[in-house]
Design a binder for this molecule. Structure first.
Ligand code: ZN
Length: 117
């Protein structure tokens, strides 16, 4: 038995090909099948009819190097489908001493990027 079956969604695979209706089967951390009308069973099944199924998104310009020390789970990003982030943009170091430590939960929080104040 597989772990997860996402059934009937419109699968966009990131290749630029048009979306196609298919079932996505996952075992552990691996996609084991992408095909329409799967007969496999899984511990959990999601009805994705009328929804889009896509791999995680890459956010190529973030300032999450400021927020990840404070919120390492980054759940707001995960909920948006972002699975990879490129940080260190705009030349800001990620480890600066906080100018307002009383307002931060940790003293390692850097200030807001220039232009963001
Ligand atoms: Zn930036």
């Amino acid at each position: 038995m597989d772990d997860l079956l996402i059934r009937g969604g419109r699968v966009l695979d990131g290749t630029g090909a048009p979306g196609r209706e298919a079932d996505v089967v996952i075992a552990g951390a691996r996609i084991t099948e992408i095909a329409p009308g799967s007969t496999r069973t899984a511990k959990r099944e999601i009805d994705a009819r009328g929804q889009v199924v896509a791999p995680g998104f890459i956010d190529i310009h973030t300032h999450s190097d400021y927020t990840l020390p404070l919120n390492p789970r980054a759940e707001s990003k995960i909920r948006q489908g972002v699975t990879t982030e490129v940080v260190g943009n705009c030349g800001f170091p990620s480890r600066r001493r906080c100018p307002a430590p009383r307002r931060c939960s940790r003293n390692t929080s850097p200030p807001a990027p220039l232009g963001c104040r």
